[in-house]
Design a binder for this molecule. Structure first.
Ligand SMILES: Cc1ncc(COP(=O)(O)O)c(C=O)c1O
Length: 459
């Protein structure tokens, strides 16, 4: 585990960085970027990222929960290098290769559910979400998909169509994939019905039942797609009871459960998959992001009979299941197990949550601290009672953290996104929390000018 803690207190940026930003702004589509701060990555190792200016940062983002094994883990790099020397690509759609087959076997072993499964690889989380929707429709012969408000499943047409993240993503995109209905996610911090669990008796679930009683025939529903813990919505963990009701309703009516574990998978939440926290055994699991430690790859693992209901060429991509990506993924799974990263995610995650508790007494702007393992959200609010999001303060805190040597991002407008590599050391966790505390204090004292808000837009 890397214990090299970033020490620089104030980040310095020169023309070297700004020239690259200018070029990027000139040539790149605006759709591909969520702006944070001027950080041009030069190299990265473990939890430390170094920019082209030589500034060092503790990485509390891990490339959006992708680098679970830490940057450039030697075993992952060795697997990539060993494979590069042999061959770089031959499409598994036509020929066979061992890493492809071996990875499929491993994924079946590590996913919840003691039943026969099959695997289909993809290029991104989004492409595998599309595949899951297609598989569910094909297998059930039904068309309707239920998804959740504020969910994020990706940006291909299928994934976008089941994403309830925000209207900006959907504006001018019609016609989206039809037959998708949205229901409220059980968000007990910002309850849509303004109630408190358990007294509420899950009125959010009643909404779903009402839909089924009034406008949505059950036998037309192919699947419910859900994030076991909503990620980009700001780390929302449903009560266990909600899942008990959902599973019971779906099983009774032959509705498939599709778990999107793209963000929560591969040890991120302190279990290999977040479904394990709730004892869920979904019919289809979608995974991506951390699966190959940053090499492009995604996968769908489904009950065998679901994948047996459709044939080629319904869902394949030339470079899906690329041999280097598969080799990196096998090494990733081995590293997560051998280096006991799941246990470290729980240790460091608990430490971070414990450090935030006294900060809630110190800073009124911290409305809520929540999450599991190393997927933690800190909600920054204008008022603890109204829970109104303080978007500007959130952005300024992240900006100040960057100035002090910590990569910290936010989503859902006001939620600090804490998702470091699972290799994070105790010293790194301590230093990063010191920086966050100093940053919040600096923002509260008004030291961060409004001009930074022109640059940092977040997610
Ligand atoms: C839960 C979830 N599903 C799907 C996706 C889409 O993955 P990708 O960006 O690899 O297409 C994401 C990405 O953030 C995600 O968080």
């Amino acid at each position: 585990m890397n214990s090299n803690v970033a020490t620089k207190s104030i980040t310095s940026v020169t023309d070297k960085t700004y020239k690259i930003l200018e070029k990027e702004n000139k040539y790149m589509s605006y759709t591909t970027r969520v702006p944070y701060y001027p950080l041009v990555v030069d190299k990265a190792k473990g939890s430390i990222v170094t920019d082209i200016e030589g500034n060092e940062f503790i990485d509390f983002l891990s490339s959006a929960a992708v680098i679970n094994t830490g940057h450039n883990h030697p075993k992952v790099i060795k697997a990539i290098n060993d494979q590069v020397k042999k061959f770089v690509h031959y499409t598994p759609a036509y020929m066979y290769h061992e890493p492809h087959t071996n990875l499929a076997e491993k994924l079946i072993e590590i996913t919840p559910g003691n039943f026969k499964k099959r695997v289909a690889f993809g290029l991104s989380g989004s492409s595998s979400v599309d595949g899951a929707i297609k598989a569910a429709r094909c297998y059930t012969g039904r068309t309707k998909i239920i998804s959740f408000l504020r969910s994020y499943h990706g940006t291909t047409y299928g994934a976008l169509s089941v994403s309830g993240y925000g209207v900006e993503m959907r504006r001018k995109m019609n016609p989206l994939v039809p037959d998708v209905e949205f229901i409220p996610y059980p968000d007990c911090y910002r309850c849509i019905n303004n109630q408190k669990f358990p007294g509420c008796d899950l009125t959010c679930f009643r909404y779903f039942e009402n839909l089924l009683e009034t406008v949505l025939p059950k036998e037309e529903i192919a699947a419910v797609i859900f994030e076991p813990i909503q990620g980009d919505a700001g780390i929302i963990t449903p009560p266990q009871k909600y899942y008990e009701k959902l599973v019971s309703l779906c099983r009774k009516n032959n509705i498939l459960l599709i778990a999107d574990e793209v963000q929560t998978g591969f040890g991120r939440t302190g279990k290999m998959f977040a479904c394990e926290h709730f004892g869920l055994e979904p019919d289809i699991i979608v995974m991506g992001k951390a699966i190959a430690s940053g090499m492009p790859l995604s996968a769908i693992v489904a009950r065998s009979e679901i994948f047996e209901s459709w044939n080629a060429p319904v869902h394949f991509f030339n470079t899906a299941g690329n041999v280097i990506s598969c080799s990196a993924a096998i090494a990733t799974i081995d590293v997560i197990k051998e280096d006991e990263l799941i246990s470290n995610a729980n240790v460091q995650g608990n430490y971070i949550i414990d450090r935030f508790k006294p900060l809630m007494d110190k800073f009124d702007c911290i409305g809520d601290v929540r999450g599991k393992g190393l997927l933690i959200g800190v909600d920054i609010v204008k008022d603890r009672d109204t829970k109104e999001r303080d978007i500007n303060k959130t952005a300024k805190i992240c900006w100040r953290c960057w100035e002090k040597g910590l990569i910290l991002a936010f989503f859902s407008g006001s939620v600090l996104r804490i998702a470091p590599p699972l290799t994070l050391s105790s010293q790194e966790a301590e230093r990063a929390m010191d920086i966050i505390e100093e940053a919040i204090s600096d923002v509260e004292e008004g030291l961060i000018p409004d001009e930074v808000l022109e640059q940092i837009k977040g997610w």
